[in-house]
Write a protein that binds this ligand. Structure first.
Ligand code: ADP
Ligand code: ADP
Ligand code: ZN
Length: 210
């Protein structure tokens, strides 16, 4: 069984790489950010509780996140392992995960802070299939048309603006980056230079997983 954690600051390329790793490993992508956005959209209790934290660029409380993951891991597609994207983000979340399932690889995608704002502020995605693009670094081949599904409904996230990004980046440095030491001490931590082309990064990740 393989369970992967994709680790890194907002905009590092976790979602972009997750889609590619899913294609080659068959592991389902479990993104707490996507699950929370769905909960907000559907107006569930979880969504109502999480919304203000997300709008402010702050981390949603651990108890909410851990409950979401406990439920998700019970689904049948998760029985042979999962690829976590954007989870865990605090030491208590990592401890809770260790009680639920064994993590075999942590893939840390490293991108310097000064690149993050341009990555996030140029991000858009396909509302139909979720494929992620960038205005300058990874645009659709045809303007406004999704390469993956041909859909033409593109959207931008409400929290992908400069002031919220700076808050998310500081949450990352204060609450999430200490997890690197926690995982490094377990010998499962792989550092990947994320400040390169998307294909080069994918090939390094697949090598770390092999
Ligand atoms: P995360 O899931 O870590 O927040 P995303 O995968 O959504 O990050 O990527 C953030 C933005 O940066 C997107 O617009 C994406 O198209 C773009 N991007 C992803 N990887 C790269 C890369 N290696 N170089 C340049 N831009 C990238
Ligand atoms: P990004 O990778 O661009 O930061 P995500 O989609 O992973 O974006 O997360 C969006 C927001 O959802 C975060 O700013 C935070 O408010 C919340 N969130 C997502 N995952 C977690 C988590 N594991 N713990 C706490 N909050 C989370
Ligand atoms: Zn699409």
């Amino acid at each position: 069984m393989t369970s992967i954690v994709l680790f890194g600051p907002p905009g590092a390329g976790k979602g972009t790489q997750a889609a590619r790793i899913t294609d080659s490993t068959g592991l389902p992508q479990v993104s707490t950010g996507d699950m929370l956005r769905a909960a907000v959209k559907n107006g569930t209790d979880t969504g109502i509780a999480a919304k203000q934290y997300m709008d402010d660029g702050k981390l949603v409380p651990d108890s909410i996140i851990i409950d979401l993951i406990k439920e998700r891991i019970l689904e049948s597609d998760a029985k042979n392992g999962v690829m976590f994207d954007g989870f865990p983000r605090t030491v208590p979340q990592a401890e809770a995960l260790a009680d639920i399932t064994e993590v075999t690889h942590v893939i840390a995608i490293e991108v310097p802070d000064e690149r993050i704002v341009e990555r996030i502020c140029g991000r858009y995605s396909c509302a139909t299939c979720g494929a992620v693009y960038h205005d300058s670094f990874n645009p659709t081949k045809l303007d406004g048309v999704c390469d993956e599904c041909g859909g033409s409904d593109m959207k931008r996230r409400a929290d992908d603006n400069e002031s919220t990004v700076l808050q998310r980046l500081s949450a990352y440095h204060e609450q999430t980056s200490p997890l690197a030491d926690w995982y490094e001490s377990k010998g499962i931590f792989h550092r990947i230079n994320g400040d390169r082309g998307i294909d080069e990064i994918t090939s390094d990740i697949l090598q770390a997983l092999s």
